[in-house]
Design a protein around this ligand. Structure first.
Ligand code: ADP
Ligand code: ASP
Ligand code: MG
Length: 404
């Protein structure tokens, strides 16, 4: 059996006419004698609406009910898609994750798929059926419905490809592939033909919504090649694969940016061993993710200023935790909401000196002030004023010749 896994995102199944178009894409694979496993996300906007409803019902909505609720959008899109294929004379049906089952581990909202029972789906494929499987959801060992993080249908498709040994895993979306930067933010963005797991993981983690970061980790661990392409235009897309399959590494492959970061500075913290731990411990206890961190020692050597970034949704909670923290003393607490992280990513950076200098100089020339810097082997991130995000993207895109 030549199995292909085709995943369709929210915008691809966002309207009835788009669902009809998706049915045509599926038919084309069927005609080429592939056994087709389809994974669908909810129609665009539906998951967000469900989340809003949960917030209206309760400020502390039960996590297990949250997952039961927000996974329901996928049931609608999958049955509509199966219904369309049946109407066209194909054998098809929707499968909810628990009917297969797709097993997950971990906590509600952020579970991970760890096992998929193949028996029923294989039997169905052998009969010529087209299973339309709900992305984003699973069940845990308590038989409760779980979800695997926002954008999680990507991971569903990749794990289905792994368990069914698919020969291709194709992520259909509303853009033609992975671009040098979000094509909806910068017109000059160029489609990338091939990108390594490592670079895609950084790009996704640093704000490129096109792929869910966890899904890229799953693909890398299991050596699954991913094709990203458009549901609307028939053109070649982007291949996400292992580094050794890529010959011409650019210095910078892509640029990502985030929208919802916030910066927190504690001015005049008494500088003694353990102070950073006392600040960050209660934050981590409250599941607040701290991202960039900078510490400056004052001239007298007794005080320090500590700056870090968090998601802006966590800003109020963070402020309260710091104010209530009796084990730390500081002179002032500064909070900034309107900041954005802009990152350049590329494996070519490892072997090329002077990349950070080029980045900082290009931004300086455009009078864009850098507030915080963080680096890893294949990425450099800077925190800038939110109003400068577009300008920074365009400047760096040009500096690293990504439009060529
Ligand atoms: P889907 O509903 O198909 O899962 P998403 O909305 O999750 O689609 O992801 C597609 C979107 O990702 C695009 O519309 C685009 O605006 C955004 N995006 C951000 N960065 C990039 C990038 N580097 N390349 C392509 N798309 C990107
Ligand atoms: N519908 C889910 C979400 O909006 C899963 C997905 O889109 O992949 O997050
Ligand atoms: Mg998505």
């Amino acid at each position: 059996m030549k199995i292909v896994v085709l995943k369709f995102g929210g915008t691809s199944v966002g309207t009835i006419s788009k669902i009809k178009k998706v049915a045509k894409i599926i038919r084309d694979y069927k005609k080429k004698n592939y056994s087709v496993i389809v994974v669908s996300s909810a129609m665009s906007g539906v998951t967000n609406e469900l989340i809003k409803k949960s917030q209206e019902i309760s400020k502390n909505f039960s996590p297990s009910e949250y997952d039961a609720l927000i996974s329901s959008g996928e049931q609608i899109s999958c049955s509509l898609l199966a219904g369309r294929l049946i109407d066209e004379g194909y054998m098809s049906r929707s499968w909810l994750a628990w009917q297969i089952p797709i097993f997950t581990i971990g906590s509600f909202k952020n579970s991970r798929i760890n096992k998929i029972n193949k028996i029923k789906i294989l039997k169905y494929l052998k009969k010529g059926g087209i299973p339309i499987i709900t992305g984003f959801q699973g069940i845990n060992d308590q038989q409760r419905i779980t979800t695997i993080g926002r954008g999680g249908s990507d991971a569903s498709a990749i794990m289905l490809s792994k368990f069914f040994n698919a020969i291709r895993c194709i992520i259909y979306t509303d853009v033609e592939g992975v671009y040098t930067t979000d094509p909806n933010k910068l017109k000059k963005a160029k489609k990338i033909k091939v990108i390594s797991y490592e670079e895609m993981l950084e790009m996704a983690s640093l704000g490129a919504k096109v792929m869910q970061p966890v899904s890229i980790q799953d693909a890398r661990l299991n050596r699954i090649d991913i094709e990203v392409k458009s549901s609307f235009v028939k053109r070649s897309g982007t291949l996400i694969t292992k580094r050794s399959n890529i010959s011409d590494n650019k210095i910078v492959t892509g640029i990502s940016s985030t929208l919802n970061d916030a910066k927190v500075t504690l001015v005049g913290v008494k500088d003694r061993p353990g102070v950073a731990a006392s600040i960050f411990k209660p934050l981590s206890k409250n599941l607040i993710n701290v991202d960039m961190v900078v510490q400056n020692i004052s001239a007298n050597g007794k005080d320090t200023d500590l700056t870090f970034t968090i998601k802006s949704d966590d800003l109020r909670k963070t402020r309260k935790i710091i104010k209530d923290n009796k084990s730390i003393k500081f002179k002032k607490l500064l909070l900034e909401k309107e900041v954005s992280k802009v990152s350049i990513i590329g494996v070519g950076m490892i072997t090329t000196p002077g990349v950070s200098f080029r980045m900082f100089q290009a931004l300086a020339k455009k009078k864009i002030n850098i507030k915080v810097i963080s680096t890893s082997e294949i990425k450099i991130s800077v925190l800038v004023d939110k109003r400068n995000t577009k300008k920074a993207l365009a400047t760096l895109h040009k500096e690293f010749k990504l439009e060529n």
